[in-house]
Design a protein around this ligand. Sequence first.
Ligand SMILES: O=C[C@H](O)[C@H](O)[C@H](O)COP(=O)(O)O
Length: 346
Amino acid sequence: MKLSTPHDDVLRRQSTSLDVLDSTPESSMGRLFCSSILSPLRINPRLRSLPLPLPLPLPLQRTPFSLSARLQSTMSNVEEAKRAAATTAVANHYPKNAQWVGIGSGTTIVYVVEAIKALGVDTSATRYVPTGYQSRQLIVNAGLTAVEFDAIPRGVVLDVAFDGADEVDDELNCIKGGGACLFQEKLVAMQAKEFICVADSRKLQSRLLTNWKYIPIEVAPIAAFRVLRKLTELGSINPTIRPNSTLKEGNLKTDQDFFLIDAPFPPLLIQADLDGGLNGTGTGGVWEVSRLAREIKQIAGVLEVGIFYGQTGPQATAAGGVGGQRPVAAYFGMPDGSVSVRNAIQ
Ligand SMILES: O=C[C@H](O)[C@H](O)[C@H](O)COP(=O)(O)O
């Protein structure tokens, strides 16, 4: 069943653009999902006078009506792939008698909510925790009950959290934040017994930063230039503050009113590479996933890093904690209509 929401038009236009071009991370629309399109634009007047980076090329400003038939068909294939992945993920992981469910952000999560509704189960006692403005609108417009993260009663652990990703590696580390949401997504994932990732085949890579070229990092505006400098010292090649779609709108603001820095690095090594003798300590800009994520996180001014790594929910629980940021499973809709599943080694 396809949900119809007041934001459908926005989402449809958004996903149309993303379908065609979001595999090129430079695409501006791919960078604008959570904040500037679906939530009110908020620009701190003091920051308007800051020098802004040049705007990215805007291939997506071309009207969708000029898309070739081939591109349109690719678009609908990608949408079907997202839908197939979401349907399978929900069938396998949506709990019976769910009490608390995390709902992520982006274009793929729309199909997760659609699949939850299609289950036809009683959702009246279920609380859905959003990861930002778009996510909340999605929940509310589907007739589900949204409870903000800071309103979750103390001690409550979410049964499950579903979310998309920009890229997922062999060990299920993820890059997130391409649509400008990552901080609340990480909070929600880490408050859940298990985090389930849903994506299409373009996101399925053996190493992060293969197809998707940069790490989104949420930073305090006042510290942005300092963070840029530090990232360059870590080996990032030309990190930039993410702009809005037009120069006069200034830099993009997240749901927290922070900036995003997009930091390109060479592909990231995984644990298996270290076990095989490779060096991921940053020499020549080559980093192992978790090591780089920790290095970036400790830069003063960084709120959160768009790398989800480390423990899965069950691993965190076994260690006496709550939640983990790495998914236990990732579902990918494939071009042939099948769904490929990667499970985390526990
Ligand atoms: O910032 C956005 C989130 O991290 C999204 O989950 C991620 O960008 C994937 O989005 P989409 O499902 O639109 O590809």
